[in-house]
Design a protein around this ligand. Structure first.
Ligand code: GDP
Ligand code: CA
Length: 328
């Protein structure tokens, strides 16, 4: 049974999103359910201070993608971008040079940092930035408190913890991740509106975002995982792993660090039936359906490549249909 069309109209959907995977999925979801009330809980564990500015890569990727400002090919950053500020900073010998902040993007981080400095919480700042971009969803940071994902690596004969961005962007995940630690998460509180949105949701979706450093970080904020498990509404996820590899990026490296195989089934059981009611795998992973269902999670194999918005909208429709099926 799927949701009747009238239900789709006013459906309240909560989505836990990272950057590219989350943002692209949301674009499809908006097309599939244009009248739904969508709240996005965004990962802020990737946030980093650069050049004195607060940068929130995942929130911005969602905001730019849904607001029409994204660099489509790259999947992050602004379109029609230039890099004069970065070049000027480099001329002063001021780095890091490995993080690509463009001129247009800089403005976002300046406004954000200015507002934070004036005492506004990140949730209010995000709302203010979205007043310009009109993403068509309510975008909430997972927390107003500082959470920073660190990666433990063995380098130069010693174990070190480095910022996730240094691991991902600078090192391109080229060294083995020994552990992933969302520093500050234990003390963080969900941002205003987060628990309320979960409690009022009709459906909760996990897009094909990174299960460890995107969705996993959001779930590490005390209260969020519990609220989802107790919401009593269908929770459906889409696999970011297709054919035993991430579609894009290096999710396999961080999955290995938490002892999870890079397969669609292993990611589902990592979330577990206490959290997930339904799971979509790609058609190439149809063989995994039995294993996921044996773990108590309803599973379907459908095309999961977000090649364009129509294909992504169909993925979102399949996720909502599965939610309708598992609905008690
Ligand atoms: P990030 O913060 O920019 O890394 O983005 P997310 O965490 O939201 O999403 C990253 C994940 O998206 C990666 O693990 C990819 O495997 C996954 N992904 C990207 N494109 C696709 C796609 O077309 N289909 C599926 N199923 N997953 C995708
Ligand atoms: Ca991210």
């Amino acid at each position: 049974m799927s949701y009747p069309p009238d239900k789709l109209l006013y459906m309240r959907i909560v989505v836990l999103a990272g950057g590219i995977g989350g943002a692209r999925f949301l674009r499809g979801l908006k097309q599939a359910a244009p009248d739904a009330d969508i709240t996005v809980i965004g990962n802020t564990g990737d946030d980093i201070h650069l050049f004195g500015l607060k940068v929130c890569p995942d929130l911005d990727t969602v905001m730019y993608t849904l607001g029409g400002g994204i660099n489509e090919e790259q999947g992050w950053g602004r379109k029609d971008e230039s890099f004069h500020v970065k070049e000027e900073l480099a001329a002063y010998g001021v780095g890091p040079e490995w993080f690509g902040l463009g001129d247009r993007d800089f403005a976002t981080h300046i406004v954000r940092t200015q507002m934070l400095g004036a005492g506004y919480p990140l949730s209010a700042v995000t709302e203010a930035l979205c007043a310009r971009w009109k993403p068509g969803v309510r975008l909430l940071p997972m927390s107003d408190d500082r959470v920073e994902t660190h990666v433990a690596v063995d380098m130069d004969g010693e174990r070190r913890a480095i910022h996730f961005q240094e691991y991902w962007v600078k090192l391109r995940a080229s060294v083995e991740a020994q552990a992933i630690v969302p520093v500050g998460a234990e003390q963080a509180k969900p941002a205003p509106g987060v628990l309320e949105a979960i409690a009022e949701a009709d459906v909760i979706l996990f897009p094909p975002s990174n299960p460890v450093v995107s969705v996993g970080t959001i779930l590490a904020v005390p209260g969020i995982r519990e609220a989802i498990a107790e919401a009593g509404v269908p929770v459906v996820g889409l696999s970011p792993i297709v054919g035993d590899a991430p579609v894009r990026g290096m999710a396999d490296k961080v999955l290995a660090a938490v002892g999870v195989e890079s397969t669609a089934a292993a990611v589902a059981t990592h979330y577990g039936s206490g959290l997930l009611d339904g799971w979509l795998v790609d058609t190439v992973d149809a063989g995994a359906v039995g294993e996921v269902e044996a773990a108590g999670i309803r599973c379907r194999a459908v095309p999961l490549m977000m090649t364009d918005v129509d294909a992504t909208a169909e993925m979102a429709r399949q996720a909502l249909a599965l939610a309708g099926e598992v609905r008690a």
